[in-house]
Design a protein around this ligand. Sequence first.
Ligand code: F6P
Length: 543
Amino acid sequence: MTVADLTRSEEWAALKRHRQALAKTRIADLFRQDSDRFSKFSLALDEFAFDFSKNLVTEETMRLLRDVARAADVAGWRDRMFAGERINSTEDRAVYHVALRHQGATPMMVDGKDVMPDVRRVWDQMRRFATAVREGNWRGATGERIETVINIGIGGSDLGPAMAVQALRPFCHPEIRFHFVSNVDGAHLQAALAQADPASTLFIVSSKTFTTQETLANAKAARAWLTARLSPDAVPKHFVAVSAAVDKAGVFGIAPENVFGFWDWVGGRYSMWCAIGLPIAVALGWEGFERLLAGAHAMDRHFRGAPAERNIPLTMGLIALWNIDFLGAAAYAMLPYAQDLARLPAYLQQLEMESNGKGVRRDGKPVKCATGPVLFGEPGTNGQHAFYQLIHQGTQRVFCDFILAARDRSGYPELHRLLSANFLAQSQALMFGKSAAEAQAEMREAKMKAGQARALAPHRSFSGDRPSNSILIGELDPYHLGKLVALYEHKTFVLGVLWGINSFDQWGVELGKQLANDILSGNGVARDGSTAGLKALYDAWQE
Ligand code: F6P
């Protein structure tokens, strides 16, 4: 397969020239020149606004970026994804998470087969199960209602449901507690089990492959905990599984009717919409889960149908390309001004970094430009008192996404007013900065001596001109969360196409897994002196 190298295209060269032409322009200048900038550089989909005006972009920039998208055939790749083609070339699979939230009666075809009957069958199984658990009709082996659900999975089999159950806390069943155990550090499992009564605990073992070492080890330890306290016969009432390898879940001892299947065309990090979302369905109830799917589907329809100028995922991907490859941003901060979105940065880390943290194109040739940036984040305002210092005054360029829900659900409107003021202020501060002269004038006003004010001015000034996007949603509810996550999925897809890479494999995680197995078997330790030295200390300190 040959993939055109976009960095050698005329469209890329035109953008480079344009970047040079903007060398002396600051984002704040663009606002001074155009009072209508917000309406020109923001897009909305009902109560979902994406403001990219605080980026160094003009109408010309956007036009040139769209030319690049056209040269990379983003629309063609998008259509191939929506047509169920095998665009995951290195694994020879379709990429079809959009089918998992498809609404209406039209078929969704993979290899000439409509996948919707299978999708609906699993929806039905999930609905019945979630309802039974919520209503107390699914009982443990000793007749207790389920009060604790422990999901055991890792990566895509953990992060989506863990993020969503936390994000949608006010919509969750009030009498069921949820824990998500992923790490193979026993402390993770132990912390969950310490709060659980075996008689009223349900384990959901989630693994697409059902071969993941961490998940199987945690599941076995959980099963031993349960059987020691109840009996081996109790397992069927306390363990269900979610997997694309239904037979392997059976081998673990889970009854076939309690295995929720999915398909190889669902990538792990795109799987919260299928049975991997079972904890979400139990937490929210089936209607709530359907609202999540409906929100994602609304974003799918928009991505598929909106013209390039109004297309939010496309625009977001192009803005990211501009910041990474033309303005040199190496890091990307995800800053939800919503405590309940605390796990969103971790979720997006997998989505973006596992998808686009790649150095070769689809044809195996090296990529000639920077690809996925380092993504990190924390909810605002916590991040402000931790790492924002670097974003405001550090030497590395970081671009930011600020996220806020307009309507408060906490019952503390005065706190939400503070939260929203901080959300608005941070992107303003990043853009405007503060000159040394302004800093000095402020200090003089506060009666500081001239010499001291002069000496402190470089420390207390801000270069500004640091780019950010702002996303404002009506409310953090299942529907808007669905839209938000689908937006990031499609934006990640757009970037992958622009870089010419396959966003849907993850070979980079394999080597570490292989070497861990080597080390477990005792073979790998002597491969280097550091590893041997550390292992010797580890062994010595066991006594
Ligand atoms: O870390 C690699 C990975 O394959 C992820 O892509 C995936 O989400 C995770 O492991 C878990 O895999 P599984 O669902 O098969 O246990």
